[in-house]
Design a protein around this ligand. Structure first.
Ligand code: DHB
Ligand code: FE
Length: 306
């Protein structure tokens, strides 16, 4: 069977890619952001995954509002990075793991999840940016990718609890796959941001820091929160955070946090990152003691008080 070796979460803000493209990563404005990812990159270089399952949302590039699947899974041999209007980016295409993708789709349908099946699709900053943050700028990506698209744009978006349940089925697919690949699951999006409407520019660093703690220690609470509560606490686009629950649902209840990072604002967003391993099978690929994660109150003080 394939092996789940880690659950990672990261923001996917497009200006991160622009900063890399323009050579700004070492500037005063960006260096503290990129420095926080160095231990995560080192972790992944040692962990040597073969496949990255990346959960993200398309932002009107491959699906426009006229046709939005709630869940979609890519099963292509290759995914080209979509041109989002600034011209083609200097990054290689992403090699697919089509064989595992079809197995994942089979497993999802067997478990009453019925995703859209995409044999040809381009991927936007939602996938590109996390790959660059964790793998840098290689000539060819060192992993094959399985993209899972979640609608967090057009209401009705799925329930957070449904995303969490989908993660459990993803785990089942990994463990029932006859190959011996090492798999990382990467949840993307968030943290708090709102790009439009009366609350444009809204960020909530306190809630973000709490989320980074709770995603490791209290994911059931995050899965039980309503969609409306995500929008209230994290902003309308901050609702992207429910995609981290697909990743978390694939992990065991008990995890070890290897690395976390928080930086605000990156563009208009509270930017966060986490690297977790299942406690039962932790391989200690990170140096030194596990990071305890940021000290912060519970994600939802109201729910905790209730
Ligand atoms: C920004 C953040 C996002 O997650 C996104 O998809 C687009 C823009 C931003 O902060 O600018
Ligand atoms: Fe986004």
């Amino acid at each position: 069977m394939a092996k789940l070796i880690g659950g990672l979460g990261t923001s996917h803000v497009p200006s991160i890619a622009a900063a890399i493209d323009k050579g700004l990563a070492g500037t005063d404005a960006w260096k503290p952001f990129f420095d926080g990812y160095v231990p995560a990159k080192e972790w992944i270089a040692r962990a040597k995954p073969d496949i990255a399952v990346v959960i993200f949302n398309d932002h009107g590039n491959s699906f426009f509002l006229d046709r939005v699947p709630t869940f979609a899974v890519g099963c292509a041999e290759e995914y080209r990075p979509v041109d989002e209007g600034w011209g083609p980016r200097p990054i290689p295409p992403f090699e697919g793991a089509a064989d595992f993708s079809w197995h994942l789709i089979d497993t999802l349908v067997d478990n009453r999840f019925d995703p859209m099946i995409c044999q040809e699709i381009e991927v936007d900053h939602g996938l590109q940016v996390p790959m660059e943050l964790f793998f840098g700028r290689p000539e060819a990506w060192p992993v094959r990718v399985v993209p899972i698209f979640v609608n967090v744009i057009q209401y009705p978006i799925p329930l957070p609890s449904r995303c969490y349940e989908m993660g459990r089925v993803l785990r089942q697919a990994i463990e029932s796959w006859p190959g011996d690949e090492r798999v990382v699951v990467i949840g993307t999006g968030g943290l708090s941001h709102q790009l439009q409407g009366s609350r444009a520019g809204f960020v909530n660093p306190e809630a973000d820091r709490a989320f980074l703690k709770d995603i490791a220690t209290d994911p059931d609470r995050l899965a039980a929160m309503s969609r409306e509560r995500y929008v209230e606490m994290f902003g309308s686009e901050g609702a992207e955070l429910m995609m981290w629950l697909v990743m978390r649902g694939a992990m065991d209840r008990d995890v070890v946090v290897r690395h976390t990072h928080y930086f605000v604002p990156a563009s208009m967003t509270g930017a966060g990152m986490i690297v977790m391993e299942n406690a039962a099978t932790a391989e200690a690929v990170g140096p030194g003691a596990p990071s305890p994660g940021p000290e912060a109150p519970a994600t939802d003080p109201e729910a905790r008080a209730a």
